[in-house]
Write a protein that binds this ligand. Sequence first.
Ligand code: UT7
Length: 331
Amino acid sequence: MKTPTPIAEITGTGRFLPDNIVTNDDLAEKLDTSDEWIHSRTGISERRIAPDGMFTAHLGAEAAKAAMTEAGVEPGEVDILIVSTATPDRWLPSTACDIQAVLGCKNAVAFDLMAACTGHIYALSMAEGYIAAGRAEVALVVAAEKMSAIVDWSDRTTAVLFGDGGGAAVLRPCNGSGRGILSSHLQSDGNLADLLYRPGGGAIDPVSQSVLDEGRHLMRMHGREIFKNAVRSMAEACDIAMNKAGLTANDIDLLVPHQANIRIIEATAKYAGIPMDKVFVNVEKYGNMSSATVPVAFDEAREQGRVVPGSNVLTVAFGAGLTWGAMALRM
Ligand code: UT7
């Protein structure tokens, strides 16, 4: 397939991580686990945990400021602000509206998008569509997650996996530059929703004393099933996105995958035919920050010079929903 002409390009990226580092040994003091188990099964050594008083909107707004600075965009120029989050600060209004107020993006339409760990790729694709329709000149796409607020800290099977952070990107029409989003492939399967979910606290099972006592407002996951689905779905999404972009695995300069588990990353890269020296990995430092993992990794990869003008980058993610997706970009 011929490489399509891109419509929208990323002109700035940013990230924000809380300073507070929690190591595997720190967790092993409170849970029946060990650094050896966590590191060998997941590749994670430490994660950032937001302190009390630092919320999802803060993580997102700081990442957004960095992306806007690089893109040279003033708050009033933003036409659309999409925030992907599985950890909204409040059920009403959206965290996007809170971030809009913090940033002063008074001319933007602002809303949250919920696609769990795949949220940033979904949001970039939605923003691209808005730009393609001629409805926006500047799109701000933010991923912000305070996973520590929904983790069951007494459950060693999930508590050791997650961390907090935010990432962001500014998207603009590319006006013939040849850089930008080449393709995307998004998919979901609601039949597998109960593999990773929060059973209580919503409209089905509103907050009550029994929800709190039994921890039904916290995240639950069937790790092994999620693992199998993640590898299969991400490998397939990579193939479809590369094919739509007219690229083969050899053309990809860097794969920026969702950072949930090094074993999932390695298996996905293998199926996609991309060697590990062309795969960006930072799961060791941050754990799984849900939708924030891809934009944080993308921003770090750029900072480290692993993404340069002309690079072909493939991003891929998988998460609750189930949702998954991949996006090919030329930078
Ligand atoms: O962002 C997308 C969502 N999440 C993911 O992508 C995560 C996908 N799943 C995974 O990454 C892996 O399945 C896990 C890391 C969650 C688990 O690794 P695993 O190799 O699949 O382990 P397991 O669930 O099969 O558990 C093996 C053993 C069990 O003990 P028994 O039954 O063999 O005696 C667990 O109870 O490890 C035990 N275990 C632990 N031991 C020490 C589970 N968690 C821990 C722990 N420390 N933290």
